[in-house]
Unconditional design. Sequence first.
Length: 220
Amino acid sequence: MGAFDWTVIIKNMPFFMKGLLTTFELALVAISGGLFFGMLVGMARLSHIKLIYYPATIFVNFFRSLPLLLVIFWFYFLVPIIAGRPLGDFVSASVAFVVFEAAYFAEIVRAGIQSISKGQEQAAYSTGFTYAQTMRYIILPQAMRNMVPSLITQTVVVFQDTSLAYVIGLKEFLRSASIVDAREMKSLEIYAFIGLVYFIFCFVMSRFSKKLEAKRGAAK
């Protein structure tokens, strides 16, 4: 370790931080957008109406059966065609991540809702609550507490997967490392630093998820 030239990291830190910021921005868009649409699709997966249930089920099964890399390529070339003009690598990657992650968040939401006793839903209906009111005020608040550990785990996965946007030229964290490496020729130091950053974030979030899971188990 003493032979490492860590000055290359210090010298290029602003560039690395810019790439890391892009990674966090993409992850934030993917998580927030994916969770929003995932909640809608997850609830649709529990619907008794076939016109709602089957499209949602096809959507989930379709995107969960595809590699994320392929989905990124699809939307990178498809989004500009639909929009009629180039939208940039960040927008294309964001759309791809939101659509892809929505399928995974949908299953987390579905499982979370199903973890709540049917008796609570029936009790809400007996007091005059509509389906929307029951979901908003009774089922979803409890389901969200059950979902938190799984949501955090999926957040870690999303953060790791943002590195795949590298293939369409987005200057996220890993791409920034590649650019610096091409100029500095210090692969060992650069990629050791990148790996360390990913490890620290993922390890901290994983430990946090396990603590929440343990608290939830103790509360039962």
